[in-house]
Design a protein around this ligand. Structure first.
Ligand code: 23J
Ligand code: MN
Length: 259
């Protein structure tokens, strides 16, 4: 049975009836990173340095070293990233069970609402509305919030104002609902972080981090191409780098979807 499923998978991919969609943004020095208030340590941007380039440092080979914060570009938030998730032994990049790194995705399109209001908050009511059309969100699946934020320029993507960033995200009660009533695997977004720009003012602050990670659930940030996915039916592959005791990492996120 299992063999048949995998045989069908590769033949449907070869035939073009299953497609691989890349949900990853390019990783370079220009990749936007989250800005925190200045009393906190900043996240360094991605940096690439040549080790050699077919030259006297290495005549037949080209390679680089790179550095960045773990939460740079398209990246995975492990439960241990947040104080509320620190005690899960299986909640760090090297200890997450691999079976949790391939899962179904539910894509909730709130791009219209987000275009009208950069502080748009996803609510449990909006999720129930989506479920009335697409079916109930199953336990152990991803919820991906489509905002089309990845289509913005870097400046409008971060969207800073004097009172902080203005970007869409989930409400507190939405995160409680998805963690407790739906028992999802994790919450993914197109914005720089899983929380809304103004989430530092919420109670609790940063509910996506606070509530997902306290329940051993994951985050995905800076996703792109969510407009190429169906509302249900796609499978996403999300293995972070196996950094020992890592809180997350940049990663390549691939979606398998029927055409
Ligand atoms: C550190 C502090 C606050 C936040 C974040 C990181 C993220 O959004 C992140 O990338 O996990 S809100
Ligand atoms: Mn993060």
């Amino acid at each position: 049975m299992t063999t048949e499923t995998l045989t069908n998978l590769v033949s449907e991919m070869a035939a073009g009836s299953l497609r691989v969609v890349d949900l990853t943004v390019p990783l370079s020095a220009a990749t936007p990173v989250i800005g925190l208030p200045e009393e906190f340590s900043p996240s360094p941007a991605f940096k690439l340095e040549q080790i050699s380039h077919y030259d006297d440092r290495g005549p037949a080979w080209y390679w680089n070293s790179f550095s960045c914060g773990e939460h740079t570009g398209t990246h995975f938030d492990a439960p241990g990233h947040w104080i509320t998730g620190q005690d899960y032994a299986d909640g760090y990049t090297d200890t997450i069970p691999p079976g949790k790194l391939v899962a179904a995705a539910n894509v909730i399109d709130v791009s219209t609402e987000s275009a009208e209001n950069p502080d748009f908050l996803l609510t449990s009511d909006r999720i129930r509305e989506w479920e009335a059309v697409h079916g109930r969100i199953a336990a152990g699946t991803w919820v991906l919030m489509r905002t089309d934020w990845s289509k913005r320029t870097a400046e409008d993507f971060l969207n800073y104002a004097e009172d902080g960033p203005h970007t869409p995200g989930p409400s507190v009660e939405c995160m409680e609902f998805l963690a407790h009533d739906r028992d999802i695997l994790g919450f993914g977004v197109e914005t720089v972080g899983t929380d809304a720009g103004q989430a530092f003012t919420f109670d609790p602050a940063f509910p996506a981090h606070q509530l997902m990670h306290s329940n051993n659930k994951f985050g995905l940030a800076s996703l792109t191409n969510l407009d190429q996915l169906p509302p249900t039916g796609a499978v996403i592959i999300t293995p972070p780098l196996k950094i020992v005791t890592g809180s997350g990492s940049p990663l390549r996120v691939l979606a398998l979807t029927s055409v």
